[in-house]
Ligand binder design. Structure first.
Ligand SMILES: Cc1cc2nc3c(=O)[nH]c(=O)nc-3n(C[C@H](O)[C@H](O)[C@H](O)COP(=O)(O)OP(=O)(O)OC[C@H]3O[C@@H](n4cnc5c(N)ncnc54)[C@H](O)[C@@H]3O)c2cc1C
Ligand SMILES: NC(=O)c1ccc[n+]([C@@H]2O[C@H](COP(=O)([O-])OP(=O)(O)OC[C@H]3O[C@@H](n4cnc5c(N)ncnc54)[C@H](OP(=O)(O)O)[C@@H]3O)[C@@H](O)[C@H]2O)c1
Length: 251
């Protein structure tokens, strides 16, 4: 198997100054919803490895092409500004195999699924929630997208489409921490769980008896949410030791 497969940029979308989506044709790379690819570009001269690669979650569901990746441009980062400079027709390389265990198949049975994300961590949920799996496994699904500023509440059309496809079964909760925004909860996810605002917003309780939580994005959010959920008796889910929390950290 080759180390890298050459894909081709099929399109791009710039959401604001720092958020970007890249569409990539690489049909030979297959995945399970929730998994991540490794995207790469040739490394700068003098680097130890010939290619510079980083993991990125698939945003598209596995049944559709092209692949889609959603990322933040970190101006000092070695790869993200270079990916953001790509245009339709340019080459980008992918590891031939997708990876990761952040998928519906790795969750415990429960009445409701809580998908809790910060920033670009919403990506894998957009993939999973556009497959049949979560809707067959859970009666209700809540998607929380927590961002600093309102213009980072991206993918609203796709999220509305998920709601239309699953009436009565889906709730989307935007959260904005550094602006005031009409539809959004203020502050951070752990506080909104702790003081009951998140459950009140969707009319569901988040308890070990009825819920499974998937957490994705900022590692500090992932830690802090686990601490709050631990006070309710919720713990990491593992194949050999069933629990209530599945997680993916982005750095
Ligand atoms: C399993 C996995 C999946 C990932 N999926 C995505 C994805 O779908 N979209 C995405 O944008 N990134 C994702 N990342 C992060 C991504 O791999 C890169 O780290 C990121 O694009 C920055 O790359 P860089 O080379 O420019 O800078 P790096 O040197 O890799 O990162 C510099 C610093 O930027 C911060 N940072 C990294 N990623 C993010 C982020 N997503 N949001 C906010 N701050 C960040 C961290 O403080 C990090 O130390 C994922 C990481 C992992 C481990
Ligand atoms: N977002 C931007 O406008 C922007 C622009 C250019 C570059 N960057 C760079 O990108 C990185 C951050 O990207 P980002 O804004 O997508 O991600 P982020 O820092 O993870 O922020 C996303 C959301 O997560 C919240 N959060 C942070 N720590 C948390 C915790 N411990 N528990 C719960 N919630 C927590 C933030 O709240 P708080 O607001 O309270 O922290 C914010 O609402 C930084 O390196 C930044 O310099 C950001």
């Amino acid at each position: 198997m080759p180390a890298w497969v050459e894909g081709r940029v099929a399109g791009r979308r710039q959401w604001n100054d720092s958020l970007f989506s890249l569409m990539v044709d690489a049909p030979e790379v297959t995945f399970i919803a929730g998994q991540f690819a490794r995207l790469a570009l040739p490394a700068p001269p003098g680097a130890k490895e010939p290619m510079l690669g980083r993991p990125y979650s698939f945003v598209n569901p596995p049944s559709t092409q092209p692949h889609e990746f959603y990322f933040i441009i970190l101006p000092e980062g070695p790869l993200s500004p270079r990916l953001a400079a790509l245009d339709a027709g340019d080459s980008v390389w992918l590891a031939p195999r997708a990876n990761g265990f952040f998928s519906i198949g790795e969750t415990a049975d429960a009445e409701s699924l809580w998908c809790l994300s910060t920033g670009t961590g919403i990506g894998p949920f957009l993939s999973m929630l556009r497959t049949h799996e979560p809707w067959q496994k859970f009666g209700r699904v809540v998607l929380v997208h927590s961002v600093r500023h309102a213009d980072e509440l991206t993918y609203r059309d796709d999220i509305a489409g998920i709601g239309h496809a699953h009436p009565g079964a889906f709730d989307y909760v935007p959260m904005v921490s550094r602006d005031v925004h009409r539809d959004a909860l203020a502050g951070r996810i752990p506080a909104a769980i702790d003081d009951g605002r998140l459950e009140a917003r969707v009319g569901l309780s988040l308890t070990p008896e009825n819920a499974h939580a998937m957490l994705c994005g900022n590692p500090a959010m992932v830690d802090d949410v686990q601490k709050v959920l631990a006070t309710r008796g919720m713990r990491r889910h593992r194949r050999k030791e069933p629990g209530h929390i599945t997680l993916e950290t982005y750095w």
